[in-house]
Design a protein. Structure first.
Length: 327
């Protein structure tokens, strides 16, 4: 464990050792010993609910419990990595299938088993779809799409490690975070002046001041931006700017506003609003619950046994050598 890991471990130990009060009689909201709503603990946010509302559910912003169960069953079937399309158009079990790259079989995925009664994570715009892209953002999306096609054609970006995605290089996963295939866990610890959020995915840590001081200068950019928090009643509001790069296709100039509010003894209601005029024609907001988990958050040791980056680069060099010999 490096110096940062030891330092953060010590911080966690100090914060977790602080006493936490039981449920407040008046509001039903658990509070810390200094009176703030208690958000501490491990929280899971896995769900099969997609970010955008599927076209077949365009007229159904809300689902009944029966509809949600049926949709979850279909999502589990569709996303199962142990299934492939057969020649007849059906689905066959084929864990050792040829013709595609499947990094993990279904055993390793932990995307959840249920959907919310909302048919999309997006609650604004009301149609459950991301707003239209700006012309410049559409150009960026087209470039990313073509790069993806080149990868599938066996021509990866491999001039050097810097050409690869920051996720491939185990640097970070960008904001905003959304439910994904696995590692859908946060660990939150609090002190009077700070909130620390450990994301299981990539083991990223955000230490968020609550001191009311302004953001860092705009030219001081970080992978996870500069986050500042404040309490609005019983809701923790976190504003993030100064991103070095944006996630979900956003630009580094995006502003994120997250809201965390205890909605029950085992639930935190979470919302994130993304404002990025360089990418979308209007802001959008996604919402999903964080559910208390009794599980531990294990280290996401991305570089341990990470042979893919080395292999991609070696494969590219061998392909170049073979091409040179054939001339």
């Amino acid at each position: 464990m490096g110096r940062f890991g030891r330092t953060f471990g010590a911080l966690l130990g100090i914060l977790l050792a602080m006493p936490v009060a039981s449920w407040a009689q008046a509001t039903g909201v658990p509070r810390t010993s200094w009176g703030a709503p208690d958000l501490s603990g491990v929280w899971n946010y896995s769900t099969l609910t997609p970010l955008e509302r599927p076209s077949e559910l365009a007229d159904k912003p809300k689902l009944t419990e029966e509809e949600a169960a049926a949709f979850a069953e279909e999502q589990l079937r569709r996303q199962n990595r142990d299934l492939i399309d057969s020649a007849e158009g059906g689905l066959n079990y084929a864990p050792e299938s040829e013709g595609g790259v499947v990094p993990y079989n279904e055993f390793w995925y932990d995307r959840g088993t249920t959907v919310m009664t909302s048919s999309s994570l997006l609650i604004d715009p009301p149609d459950g779809r991301l707003p239209p892209l700006t012309p410049e953002a559409q150009r960026r999306a087209d470039v990313r799409r073509e790069m993806g096609r080149e990868e599938q054609r066996g021509r990866p970006r491999a001039d050097g490690p810097e050409a690869r995605d920051i996720g491939d290089r185990c640097i970070t996963r960008l904001l905003p975070r959304m439910p994904g295939a696995y590692n859908n866990n946060y660990q939150i610890v609090q002190s009077q002046g700070h909130v620390a959020i450990l994301a299981e995915m990539n083991h990223d840590v955000r230490i968020i001041p609550l001191d009311g001081l302004p953001h860092l200068p705009r030219d001081l950019r970080q992978w996870l931006g500069d986050s500042r928090g404040r309490w609005e009643g019983d809701t923790l509001v976190v504003e993030t700017v100064n991103l070095r790069a944006g996630g979900r296709g956003s630009s580094p100039d995006a502003t994120l506003v997250e809201r965390f509010k205890r909605a029950g003894p085992d639930t935190v209601a979470y919302e994130v609003t993304v404002s990025d005029p360089a990418t979308w024609t209007e802001s959008w907001t996604a919402a999903f619950p964080l559910t208390r988990s009794e599980a531990e958050v294990y280290e996401y040791a991305c570089h341990e046994g990470n042979y893919s980056l080395e292999t991609v680069l070696r494969g590219a060099r061998l392909a170049e050598l073979a091409s040179a010999k054939s001339r």
